[in-house]
Design a binder for this molecule. Structure first.
Ligand code: AMP
Ligand code: GLY
Length: 423
Protein backbone atom coordinates (compact mmCIF):
# COMPACT_ATOMS: atom_id res chain seq x y z
CA UNK A 1 0.00 0.00 0.00
CA UNK A 2 0.95 3.60 -0.51
CA UNK A 3 -0.06 5.89 2.33
CA UNK A 4 -0.15 9.69 2.39
CA UNK A 5 -0.15 11.41 5.79
CA UNK A 6 -1.32 15.03 5.96
CA UNK A 7 0.39 17.17 8.62
CA UNK A 8 3.86 17.90 9.89
CA UNK A 9 4.03 17.68 13.67
CA UNK A 10 4.85 15.22 16.43
CA UNK A 11 1.44 13.61 16.07
CA UNK A 12 2.04 12.91 12.39
CA UNK A 13 5.53 11.59 13.17
CA UNK A 14 4.03 9.17 15.70
CA UNK A 15 1.38 8.14 13.14
CA UNK A 16 4.08 7.68 10.47
CA UNK A 17 6.14 5.46 12.81
CA UNK A 18 3.08 3.29 13.49
CA UNK A 19 2.29 3.10 9.75
CA UNK A 20 5.91 2.18 8.96
CA UNK A 21 5.55 -0.94 11.13
CA UNK A 22 2.74 -2.31 8.95
CA UNK A 23 3.92 -5.05 6.60
CA UNK A 24 1.16 -3.93 4.22
CA UNK A 25 2.80 -0.56 3.57
CA UNK A 26 5.41 -0.23 0.84
CA UNK A 27 5.77 3.55 0.84
CA UNK A 28 4.78 6.51 3.02
CA UNK A 29 4.42 10.09 1.81
CA UNK A 30 3.81 13.10 4.03
CA UNK A 31 2.55 16.62 3.26
CA UNK A 32 4.36 18.68 4.41
CA UNK A 33 6.09 16.47 7.03
CA UNK A 34 9.22 17.54 8.88
CA UNK A 35 12.86 16.52 9.27
CA UNK A 36 12.06 13.49 11.46
CA UNK A 37 9.23 12.20 9.29
CA UNK A 38 11.56 12.54 6.28
CA UNK A 39 13.60 9.63 7.65
CA UNK A 40 10.73 7.22 7.09
CA UNK A 41 8.59 8.97 4.47
CA UNK A 42 8.94 11.06 1.35
CA UNK A 43 7.92 14.58 2.35
CA UNK A 44 6.33 16.92 -0.19
CA UNK A 45 6.07 20.65 0.23
CA UNK A 46 2.27 20.95 0.21
CA UNK A 47 0.55 22.77 3.05
CA UNK A 48 -2.29 21.11 4.97
CA UNK A 49 -4.93 23.64 3.91
CA UNK A 50 -4.16 23.24 0.19
CA UNK A 51 -6.79 20.54 -0.35
CA UNK A 52 -6.80 20.53 -4.15
CA UNK A 53 -3.02 20.16 -4.30
CA UNK A 54 -3.10 17.36 -1.71
CA UNK A 55 -5.83 15.59 -3.72
CA UNK A 56 -3.87 15.92 -6.97
CA UNK A 57 -0.72 14.59 -5.31
CA UNK A 58 -2.58 11.66 -3.73
CA UNK A 59 -4.05 10.74 -7.13
CA UNK A 60 -0.64 11.05 -8.78
CA UNK A 61 1.06 8.64 -6.37
CA UNK A 62 -2.06 6.41 -6.37
CA UNK A 63 -2.39 6.60 -2.59
CA UNK A 64 -4.37 3.67 -1.18
CA UNK A 65 -5.07 5.55 2.03
CA UNK A 66 -4.78 9.20 3.11
CA UNK A 67 -4.53 9.88 6.86
CA UNK A 68 -5.33 13.41 8.03
CA UNK A 69 -3.63 14.45 11.29
CA UNK A 70 -4.49 18.05 12.26
CA UNK A 71 -7.79 19.68 13.26
CA UNK A 72 -7.85 22.72 10.95
CA UNK A 73 -8.06 20.84 7.62
CA UNK A 74 -10.55 18.37 9.13
CA UNK A 75 -12.89 21.13 10.32
CA UNK A 76 -12.57 22.85 6.93
CA UNK A 77 -13.69 19.70 5.11
CA UNK A 78 -10.50 18.19 3.65
CA UNK A 79 -12.03 14.70 3.87
CA UNK A 80 -14.99 15.73 1.71
CA UNK A 81 -12.66 17.16 -0.95
CA UNK A 82 -10.40 14.10 -1.02
CA UNK A 83 -13.35 11.72 -1.10
CA UNK A 84 -14.70 13.72 -4.03
CA UNK A 85 -11.57 12.62 -5.91
CA UNK A 86 -12.35 9.00 -5.12
CA UNK A 87 -9.65 8.67 -2.44
CA UNK A 88 -9.88 6.50 0.67
CA UNK A 89 -9.41 8.81 3.65
CA UNK A 90 -9.04 8.24 7.40
CA UNK A 91 -10.63 11.12 9.32
CA UNK A 92 -14.08 12.64 9.88
CA UNK A 93 -15.80 14.57 7.09
CA UNK A 94 -16.66 18.24 7.68
CA UNK A 95 -20.13 17.39 9.00
CA UNK A 96 -18.62 15.17 11.70
CA UNK A 97 -15.49 17.23 12.45
CA UNK A 98 -17.82 19.97 13.76
CA UNK A 99 -17.64 17.95 17.00
CA UNK A 100 -14.31 19.76 17.56
CA UNK A 101 -14.86 22.72 15.21
CA UNK A 102 -17.73 24.23 17.20
CA UNK A 103 -17.86 24.17 20.98
CA UNK A 104 -21.49 25.41 20.84
CA UNK A 105 -22.37 22.41 18.65
CA UNK A 106 -20.65 19.92 20.94
CA UNK A 107 -22.18 21.38 24.11
CA UNK A 108 -25.68 21.36 22.57
CA UNK A 109 -25.14 17.75 21.44
CA UNK A 110 -24.15 16.68 24.95
CA UNK A 111 -27.14 18.47 26.47
CA UNK A 112 -29.57 16.93 23.95
CA UNK A 113 -28.29 13.38 24.51
CA UNK A 114 -27.66 13.60 28.26
CA UNK A 115 -23.86 13.21 28.05
CA UNK A 116 -22.23 14.51 31.27
CA UNK A 117 -20.46 17.86 30.83
CA UNK A 118 -20.23 21.25 32.58
CA UNK A 119 -23.39 23.42 32.68
CA UNK A 120 -23.16 26.20 30.06
CA UNK A 121 -24.81 28.91 27.95
CA UNK A 122 -24.04 29.91 24.35
CA UNK A 123 -23.83 33.61 23.37
CA UNK A 124 -23.78 35.32 19.97
CA UNK A 125 -23.67 38.76 21.42
CA UNK A 126 -21.25 40.41 23.84
CA UNK A 127 -23.94 42.42 25.64
CA UNK A 128 -25.93 39.34 26.62
CA UNK A 129 -22.74 37.56 27.71
CA UNK A 130 -21.83 40.56 29.87
CA UNK A 131 -25.28 40.64 31.48
CA UNK A 132 -25.00 36.90 32.24
CA UNK A 133 -21.62 37.39 33.93
CA UNK A 134 -23.12 39.93 36.36
CA UNK A 135 -25.02 37.12 38.10
CA UNK A 136 -22.63 34.19 37.52
CA UNK A 137 -20.59 32.15 40.03
CA UNK A 138 -16.78 32.35 39.91
CA UNK A 139 -14.38 30.94 38.74
CA UNK A 140 -16.03 30.59 35.34
CA UNK A 141 -14.79 29.38 31.94
CA UNK A 142 -15.07 31.28 28.64
CA UNK A 143 -14.57 29.44 25.35
CA UNK A 144 -14.40 30.86 21.84
CA UNK A 145 -16.75 28.72 19.71
CA UNK A 146 -14.32 27.85 16.90
CA UNK A 147 -10.79 26.48 16.57
CA UNK A 148 -8.17 28.71 18.21
CA UNK A 149 -4.99 26.59 18.27
CA UNK A 150 -5.99 25.24 21.68
CA UNK A 151 -5.83 28.74 23.14
CA UNK A 152 -9.46 29.87 23.00
CA UNK A 153 -10.26 28.89 26.60
CA UNK A 154 -10.08 31.44 29.43
CA UNK A 155 -10.46 30.47 33.06
CA UNK A 156 -11.61 33.58 34.92
CA UNK A 157 -11.41 33.87 38.68
CA UNK A 158 -13.31 37.14 38.98
CA UNK A 159 -16.08 39.04 37.22
CA UNK A 160 -13.55 41.65 36.06
CA UNK A 161 -11.40 38.99 34.38
CA UNK A 162 -14.45 37.49 32.73
CA UNK A 163 -15.66 40.86 31.41
CA UNK A 164 -12.19 41.47 29.95
CA UNK A 165 -12.36 37.98 28.45
CA UNK A 166 -15.65 38.64 26.68
CA UNK A 167 -14.13 41.80 25.24
CA UNK A 168 -11.02 39.92 24.04
CA UNK A 169 -12.97 37.06 22.47
CA UNK A 170 -16.07 38.77 21.05
CA UNK A 171 -15.09 42.39 20.44
CA UNK A 172 -11.29 42.50 19.96
CA UNK A 173 -11.51 39.12 18.15
CA UNK A 174 -8.28 37.89 19.69
CA UNK A 175 -9.02 34.42 18.27
CA UNK A 176 -10.45 35.79 15.01
CA UNK A 177 -13.75 34.42 13.69
CA UNK A 178 -13.57 31.66 16.32
CA UNK A 179 -14.90 34.32 18.71
CA UNK A 180 -18.10 35.20 16.84
CA UNK A 181 -19.87 32.92 19.31
CA UNK A 182 -18.87 31.98 22.78
CA UNK A 183 -19.63 29.32 25.36
CA UNK A 184 -19.63 30.31 29.03
CA UNK A 185 -19.46 27.27 31.29
CA UNK A 186 -19.25 26.09 34.84
CA UNK A 187 -15.73 25.63 36.24
CA UNK A 188 -15.02 22.01 37.11
CA UNK A 189 -12.32 20.56 39.33
CA UNK A 190 -10.68 17.14 39.27
CA UNK A 191 -8.05 15.20 37.38
CA UNK A 192 -7.91 15.47 33.62
CA UNK A 193 -7.62 12.45 31.37
CA UNK A 194 -7.27 12.21 27.59
CA UNK A 195 -8.97 9.22 26.03
CA UNK A 196 -8.40 8.52 22.34
CA UNK A 197 -10.87 6.28 20.51
CA UNK A 198 -11.32 4.89 17.00
CA UNK A 199 -14.79 5.16 15.44
CA UNK A 200 -16.33 3.78 12.24
CA UNK A 201 -19.57 5.76 12.37
CA UNK A 202 -21.37 3.30 14.64
CA UNK A 203 -18.79 1.37 16.67
CA UNK A 204 -16.25 2.92 19.03
CA UNK A 205 -13.08 1.30 20.39
CA UNK A 206 -11.06 2.82 23.20
CA UNK A 207 -7.27 3.17 23.14
CA UNK A 208 -5.13 3.33 26.28
CA UNK A 209 -5.66 6.50 28.37
CA UNK A 210 -3.16 9.34 28.74
CA UNK A 211 -2.63 12.56 30.63
CA UNK A 212 -1.37 15.81 29.10
CA UNK A 213 0.40 18.73 30.80
CA UNK A 214 -0.97 21.87 29.14
CA UNK A 215 0.71 24.69 31.04
CA UNK A 216 4.16 25.89 29.99
CA UNK A 217 5.84 25.84 33.40
CA UNK A 218 6.66 23.38 36.18
CA UNK A 219 3.87 22.97 38.74
CA UNK A 220 1.23 23.79 36.10
CA UNK A 221 2.14 27.46 35.96
CA UNK A 222 2.34 29.83 33.01
CA UNK A 223 0.43 29.97 29.76
CA UNK A 224 -1.57 27.21 28.11
CA UNK A 225 0.35 25.40 25.37
CA UNK A 226 -0.42 22.68 22.86
CA UNK A 227 0.92 20.22 25.48
CA UNK A 228 4.32 19.97 27.21
CA UNK A 229 4.34 16.25 27.92
CA UNK A 230 2.19 13.19 28.45
CA UNK A 231 2.09 9.82 30.12
CA UNK A 232 0.09 6.69 29.35
CA UNK A 233 -1.79 4.96 30.82
CA UNK A 234 -3.35 7.26 33.44
CA UNK A 235 -3.43 5.40 36.77
CA UNK A 236 -6.48 7.50 37.70
CA UNK A 237 -8.50 6.14 34.78
CA UNK A 238 -9.61 2.92 36.45
CA UNK A 239 -11.53 0.00 34.91
CA UNK A 240 -14.60 1.25 36.77
CA UNK A 241 -14.30 4.74 35.25
CA UNK A 242 -13.69 3.20 31.82
CA UNK A 243 -16.89 1.20 32.13
CA UNK A 244 -18.86 4.29 33.16
CA UNK A 245 -17.45 6.32 30.25
CA UNK A 246 -18.13 3.62 27.66
CA UNK A 247 -21.75 3.47 28.73
CA UNK A 248 -22.47 7.13 29.44
CA UNK A 249 -20.05 9.09 27.25
CA UNK A 250 -18.38 7.21 24.36
CA UNK A 251 -21.23 5.10 23.04
CA UNK A 252 -23.82 7.87 23.45
CA UNK A 253 -21.54 10.31 21.57
CA UNK A 254 -21.09 8.04 18.55
CA UNK A 255 -24.81 7.22 18.53
CA UNK A 256 -25.73 10.89 18.85
CA UNK A 257 -23.54 11.85 15.90
CA UNK A 258 -25.09 9.09 13.79
CA UNK A 259 -28.61 10.18 14.79
CA UNK A 260 -27.79 13.76 13.83
CA UNK A 261 -26.82 12.56 10.35
CA UNK A 262 -23.13 13.15 11.08
CA UNK A 263 -21.64 9.65 11.47
CA UNK A 264 -18.13 10.04 12.85
CA UNK A 265 -15.32 8.03 11.26
CA UNK A 266 -11.84 8.61 12.62
CA UNK A 267 -10.45 9.42 16.05
CA UNK A 268 -12.56 11.04 18.76
CA UNK A 269 -10.38 12.37 21.54
CA UNK A 270 -12.38 12.79 24.75
CA UNK A 271 -10.91 15.39 27.10
CA UNK A 272 -12.39 14.30 30.44
CA UNK A 273 -12.45 15.76 33.91
CA UNK A 274 -12.80 13.18 36.69
CA UNK A 275 -14.99 15.25 39.02
CA UNK A 276 -16.47 14.31 42.40
CA UNK A 277 -19.75 13.73 40.56
CA UNK A 278 -18.12 11.38 38.07
CA UNK A 279 -16.37 11.83 34.71
CA UNK A 280 -17.52 14.77 32.57
CA UNK A 281 -16.51 15.88 29.07
CA UNK A 282 -14.27 18.97 28.95
CA UNK A 283 -13.96 18.91 25.20
CA UNK A 284 -14.06 16.74 22.12
CA UNK A 285 -11.31 16.70 19.52
CA UNK A 286 -11.76 15.10 16.11
CA UNK A 287 -8.17 13.77 15.82
CA UNK A 288 -5.30 12.22 17.74
CA UNK A 289 -3.98 14.39 20.56
CA UNK A 290 -0.51 15.84 20.36
CA UNK A 291 1.52 14.80 22.43
CA UNK A 292 -0.98 12.08 23.48
CA UNK A 293 -0.30 10.19 20.22
CA UNK A 294 3.39 10.05 21.15
CA UNK A 295 2.69 7.90 24.21
CA UNK A 296 -0.38 5.96 23.06
CA UNK A 297 0.63 4.83 19.56
CA UNK A 298 4.04 3.36 20.51
CA UNK A 299 2.14 1.08 22.94
CA UNK A 300 -0.45 -0.13 20.41
CA UNK A 301 -0.01 -3.74 19.30
CA UNK A 302 -2.40 -3.69 16.33
CA UNK A 303 -1.39 -2.92 12.77
CA UNK A 304 -2.64 0.70 12.55
CA UNK A 305 -3.51 0.24 8.86
CA UNK A 306 -5.97 -2.57 9.72
CA UNK A 307 -7.61 -0.38 12.35
CA UNK A 308 -7.82 2.73 10.17
CA UNK A 309 -9.19 0.80 7.18
CA UNK A 310 -11.80 -0.78 9.48
CA UNK A 311 -12.86 2.73 10.55
CA UNK A 312 -13.28 3.83 6.93
CA UNK A 313 -15.01 0.58 5.89
CA UNK A 314 -17.36 0.40 8.90
CA UNK A 315 -15.94 -2.90 10.17
CA UNK A 316 -14.35 -1.75 13.43
CA UNK A 317 -16.58 -4.19 15.33
CA UNK A 318 -14.30 -6.99 14.12
CA UNK A 319 -11.12 -5.42 15.51
CA UNK A 320 -9.77 -6.10 18.99
CA UNK A 321 -7.57 -3.19 20.05
CA UNK A 322 -4.56 -4.31 22.06
CA UNK A 323 -1.97 -2.37 24.00
CA UNK A 324 1.30 -3.42 25.55
CA UNK A 325 1.17 -4.00 29.31
CA UNK A 326 3.67 -1.23 30.02
CA UNK A 327 3.82 2.56 30.19
CA UNK A 328 5.22 5.50 28.24
CA UNK A 329 6.20 9.06 29.10
CA UNK A 330 6.80 11.89 26.61
CA UNK A 331 8.65 15.10 27.50
CA UNK A 332 8.34 17.94 24.98
CA UNK A 333 11.48 19.87 24.23
CA UNK A 334 10.49 23.44 23.34
CA UNK A 335 12.23 26.66 22.41
CA UNK A 336 12.35 28.96 25.42
CA UNK A 337 9.70 31.65 25.13
CA UNK A 338 7.05 29.26 23.75
CA UNK A 339 4.02 29.68 23.67
CA UNK A 340 4.98 33.36 23.38
CA UNK A 341 7.82 34.66 21.22
CA UNK A 342 10.74 32.34 20.52
CA UNK A 343 13.62 32.00 18.05
CA UNK A 344 14.12 29.33 15.39
CA UNK A 345 17.05 27.96 13.43
CA UNK A 346 19.27 26.45 16.16
CA UNK A 347 21.16 23.28 15.25
CA UNK A 348 19.94 20.18 17.10
CA UNK A 349 22.60 17.73 18.30
CA UNK A 350 22.22 14.22 19.67
CA UNK A 351 19.37 12.87 17.55
CA UNK A 352 21.52 9.89 16.52
CA UNK A 353 21.51 8.63 20.13
CA UNK A 354 17.98 7.32 19.56
CA UNK A 355 18.88 5.20 16.52
CA UNK A 356 19.89 2.00 18.34
CA UNK A 357 17.33 2.25 21.17
CA UNK A 358 14.24 0.07 21.35
CA UNK A 359 12.63 1.82 24.31
CA UNK A 360 13.22 5.49 23.39
CA UNK A 361 11.82 7.52 20.52
CA UNK A 362 12.21 11.09 19.38
CA UNK A 363 9.22 12.55 17.54
CA UNK A 364 9.81 15.77 15.62
CA UNK A 365 7.32 18.62 16.06
CA UNK A 366 9.04 21.74 14.78
CA UNK A 367 12.25 20.84 12.95
CA UNK A 368 13.73 21.48 9.51
CA UNK A 369 16.62 20.00 7.57
CA UNK A 370 19.10 22.62 6.37
CA UNK A 371 22.68 22.73 5.09
CA UNK A 372 23.79 23.06 8.74
CA UNK A 373 21.89 19.93 9.75
CA UNK A 374 18.52 19.60 11.48
CA UNK A 375 17.48 22.86 13.13
CA UNK A 376 14.67 24.04 15.41
CA UNK A 377 11.69 25.35 13.46
CA UNK A 378 8.85 25.80 15.94
CA UNK A 379 7.87 26.41 19.56
CA UNK A 380 7.50 22.74 20.33
CA UNK A 381 10.57 21.13 18.79
CA UNK A 382 10.83 17.45 19.76
CA UNK A 383 8.88 14.95 21.81
CA UNK A 384 11.14 12.54 23.69
CA UNK A 385 9.25 9.36 24.55
CA UNK A 386 10.43 6.39 26.60
CA UNK A 387 8.66 3.16 27.36
CA UNK A 388 9.15 1.21 30.59
CA UNK A 389 7.62 -1.63 32.57
CA UNK A 390 5.74 0.95 34.64
CA UNK A 391 5.20 4.72 34.67
CA UNK A 392 8.05 5.48 37.06
CA UNK A 393 10.58 3.55 34.97
CA UNK A 394 9.30 5.16 31.77
CA UNK A 395 9.57 8.61 33.34
CA UNK A 396 13.15 8.23 34.55
CA UNK A 397 14.19 6.79 31.18
CA UNK A 398 12.47 9.69 29.34
CA UNK A 399 14.34 12.25 31.44
CA UNK A 400 17.61 10.39 30.76
CA UNK A 401 16.91 10.59 27.03
CA UNK A 402 16.09 14.31 27.26
CA UNK A 403 19.78 14.82 28.13
CA UNK A 404 20.95 13.22 24.89
CA UNK A 405 19.54 16.16 22.91
CA UNK A 406 21.11 19.54 22.84
CA UNK A 407 20.12 22.81 21.15
CA UNK A 408 20.33 26.46 22.06
CA UNK A 409 17.30 27.71 24.04
CA UNK A 410 16.19 24.15 24.86
CA UNK A 411 13.35 24.30 27.38
CA UNK A 412 11.25 21.56 28.98
CA UNK A 413 9.18 20.86 32.04
CA UNK A 414 10.88 18.85 34.78
CA UNK A 415 7.71 17.51 36.33
CA UNK A 416 6.00 15.54 33.55
CA UNK A 417 4.32 12.59 35.25
CA UNK A 418 4.65 14.02 38.76
CA UNK A 419 1.03 12.95 39.34
CA UNK A 420 2.20 9.32 39.08
CA UNK A 421 3.63 9.65 42.60
CA UNK A 422 0.16 10.39 43.96
CA UNK A 423 -1.44 7.35 42.35
P1 AMP B 1 -9.96 22.80 26.13
O1 AMP B 1 -9.26 23.48 24.99
O2 AMP B 1 -11.45 22.83 26.06
O3 AMP B 1 -9.36 21.45 26.44
O4 AMP B 1 -9.56 23.61 27.42
C1 AMP B 1 -8.22 23.80 27.77
C2 AMP B 1 -8.05 23.52 29.23
O5 AMP B 1 -8.86 24.41 29.99
C3 AMP B 1 -8.52 22.13 29.64
O6 AMP B 1 -7.53 21.17 29.45
C4 AMP B 1 -8.81 22.35 31.10
O7 AMP B 1 -7.62 22.31 31.87
C5 AMP B 1 -9.34 23.76 31.15
N1 AMP B 1 -10.82 23.76 31.13
C6 AMP B 1 -11.63 23.76 30.05
N2 AMP B 1 -12.93 23.74 30.42
C7 AMP B 1 -12.93 23.75 31.77
C8 AMP B 1 -13.96 23.71 32.77
N3 AMP B 1 -15.26 23.74 32.45
N4 AMP B 1 -13.58 23.70 34.05
C9 AMP B 1 -12.28 23.71 34.41
N5 AMP B 1 -11.26 23.73 33.53
C10 AMP B 1 -11.58 23.74 32.22
N1 GLY C 1 -2.74 17.65 23.75
C1 GLY C 1 -4.00 18.25 23.55
C2 GLY C 1 -4.46 18.28 22.17
O1 GLY C 1 -3.93 17.64 21.29
O2 GLY C 1 -5.44 18.99 21.92
Amino acid sequence: MKVLIVGGGGREHAIACAVSKSPKVEKIYCAPGNAGIAEIAECVDIQVMDFEEIARFAKKIKADLVIVGPDDPLAAGIVDVLKGYGLKVFGPDGKAAILEGSKAFSKDLMKKYGIPTAAYEVFDDAEKATAYLEKAKYPIVLKADGLALGKGVLICNTKEEALDGVKEIMLDKKFGMAGNRMVIEEYMTGREVSVLTFCDGKTIKVMSSAQDHKRAGDGDTGLNTGGMGTFSPSPFYTAHIDEFCKKNIYKPTVEAMAKEGRPFKGVIFFGLMLTEDGPKVLEYNARFGDPEAQVVLPRMKNDIIDVMCACVDGTLGKIKLEFEDNAAVCVMLASSGYPGKYERGFVINGLESFKDKEDCFVFHSGTKKTGKGIVTNGGRVLGVTAKGDDLKKARSRAYEAVEWIDFENKYYRHDIGKAIDEA
